[in-house]
Every structure is written in structure tokens, then in C-alpha cells.
Design a protein around this ligand. Structure first.
Ligand SMILES: C[S@@+](CC[C@H](N)C(=O)[O-])C[C@H]1O[C@@H](n2cnc3c(N)ncnc32)[C@H](O)[C@@H]1O
Length: 268
């Protein structure tokens, strides 16, 4: 699909591998053998970094022995974090071939290839068996997807009965963003931000029951301030330009956009 190609091109242009490995070398770490925390969240492309991932994992009840699907897994930072900290098996699916290749390489180097795997594919047609996961996480992906009904229909298909979804996106809280670029889109045509209600309706349509919704706007502003001031690896992810982060901060501050988590489950 042409649109998905432009999303993959947007993320594929980031030369993240060289930046991440360079960061490890500068800190005196061995780029061939490192633990996920050595990257300080520079491989997690979302507001809040590892702190937000940990909160999501705890709220979703992620714990040893379960099988987790990471939809839109980016550079694999979330998948490695979950496997390393919670002892879970994780499979990540992402549209961007460069990210899938980088995810595999970083996962191999961090010794987690036995429990963390990746495939290239779309959230709209997941290349996965029915009822094959206990929990799905989807973090900062929906902003690039128009058809949210289809994303959650696919998540529902691959989760077992009783399975949980933890969703964390930038959502519309009051109006349309005007200033681009934003981290996920250089123009309005590439952006499909929606209010929380659109997500909870799409989840319900796919058979999920919503358990919790939580907005973290001030935390998001503080995270962006740290990311802009300190740079990748000292507070922010690699590959996101300061102008895009600045526009996102303005939209948070104006109450137009904000980071929102939604947790839901399938009937058991
Ligand atoms: C902002 S990044 C977030 C990555 C990761 N979830 C994280 O938090 O580090 C968005 C990711 O979603 C992926 N993506 C966007 N649309 C997608 C789709 N339709 N199917 C699968 N992945 C998609 C992009 O390739 C990109 O890696």
C-alpha cells in the first residue's frame, strides 16, 4: 500500500543503528554485548521512554511466562525492555524494514534473541496465528494509522480469550494540530490523531472491554523538555528532530494533543 510505504520511509530515514552503537562506545560499553538499560531508552520512540514502558507493563499485568505481541515495535527497545525486566517472550511486528533489521541486530547483541523475535509486516494484516498471544502492547503507532477498527480487529484475532491490550498513543484532547513536523508525520496528510473516544469505540467494536484510561500531559511536557535539553540517550530517543518535539510540546501545552494510555481486555 502506497501510504504504508511513505510511513516506512518516514521512519526508515533515521540512521538509528550508528547513533545507538556510537552512544554505547562513547560510554565505554561493548556494542557487541550490552543490556537494554545501557541505551537509556534512546531505542524507545515514545514520550516517557522506559518509565512509560514500565508503567504500561505493570498496569497490563505483564509477568513471567506470558507471550507478548508488540505491534509497531520500532527499534525493538520496548520488546527488549519487557523481556529483560519481566522475563516474558516478545514478538514485535513493524512496517519499517530498516527498524526490523536493526531490532534483530540489537537484540542479538543484547543476548535476548532466544526470547525476543521480530517480523516485518502491517498492524492491519498481522502475519500471525489466531489466539497466539496473552497480551498486546501498541505504543505510539495509531497516529500513523487511519483505520483504527482494523488494527484492533487484528489485535483481537491474535489474542487469546481473556487477553489484554495496553495501548499508548498521542491523542486529540481539544482541536487539530496546526504546526508540523510532528515526530510521526511531516505533514497533516500523514497524521491520523484521534480523540480517546475514537479509540475506545474501535476497541469495543473489536470485542474489547475498556478497563482504564489515563492521560499524562504534564509528564509528557517534562519528558520533551528533558529530551530537547539533554539529547538522545540522556533523556530522549534517537532520530527525532528538535523542531518536531518542540511542535509536540506546544500542542501538549495548548491542550490540543496529549499522551493517553488505554487498557482493555477480551472476555475470557
Ligand atoms: C513512533 S514509532 C514507535 C515504536 C515503538 N512502539 C516504540 O515505542 O519504541 C512508530 C512505529 O510504528 C510503525 N508503524 C506505523 N504504522 C504501522 C503499521 N501500519 N503497521 C506496523 N507498524 C507500523 C513504524 O514503522 C514505527 O516503527
Amino acid at each position: 500500500m502506497v501510504f504504508e510505504e511513505s510511513v516506512a520511509a518516514h521512519y526508515g530515514r533515521i540512521d538509528a543503528g550508528a547513533q545507538l552503537l556510537g552512544m554505547l562506545r562513547r560510554e565505554g560499553k561493548d556494542p557487541e554485548h550490552f543490556v537494554p538499560a545501557d541505551l537509556h531508552g534512546a531505542d524507545q520512540l515514545h514520550i516517557g521512554g522506559p518509565g512509560a514502558t514500565a508503567r504500561l507493563a505493570e498496569r497490563a499485568g505483564i509477568g513471567s511466562g506470558i507471550r507478548v505481541l508488540d505491534i509497531g515495535s520500532g527499534m525493538g527497545g520496548v520488546a527488549r525492555h519487557l523481556a529483560h525486566e519481566y522475563g516474558v517472550e516478545v514478538h514485535g511486528v513493524d512496517l519499517t524494514p530498516e527498524f526490523v533489521e536493526l531490532s534483530r541486530s540489537l537484540t542479538q547483541r543484547s543476548g535476548l534473541a532466544g526470547s525476543v523475535t521480530f517480523s516485518q509486516g502491517s498492524a492491519l494484516t498481522l502475519p500471525l496465528e489466531d489466539s497466539s498471544f496473552d497480551t498486546a502492547v501498541i505504543i505510539h503507532v495509531g497516529m500513523n494509522i487511519r483505520d483504527k477498527d482494523q488494527v484492533f480487529a487484528e489485535a483481537s484475532r491474535v489474542l487469546r480469550p481473556g487477553g489484554v491490550i495496553a495501548l499508548y498513543d498521542i491523542m486529540v484532547l481539544g482541536g487539530e494540530p496546526e504546526d508540523y513536523p510532528l515526530p510521526w508525520a511531516n505533514t497533516a496528510e500523514m497524521s491520523f490523531v484521534q480523540p480517546p473516544l475514537a479509540y475506545s469505540d474501535a476497541l469495543a467494536q473489536a470485542g474489547f472491554e475498556v478497563d482504564l484510561e489515563s492521560k499524562t500531559v504534564q509528564e509528557g511536557i517534562d519528558f520533551i523538555d528533558r529530551a530537547i535539553n539533554a539529547g538522545p540517550g540522556r533523556g530522549g530517543p534517537v532520530g527525532v528532530d528538535a523542531a518536531a518535539l518542540g511542535n509536540l510540546r506546544t500542542a501538549f501545552q495548548a491542550g490540543i494533543l496529549g499522551p493517553v494510555e488505554i487498557y482493555a481486555h477480551l472476555p475470557g
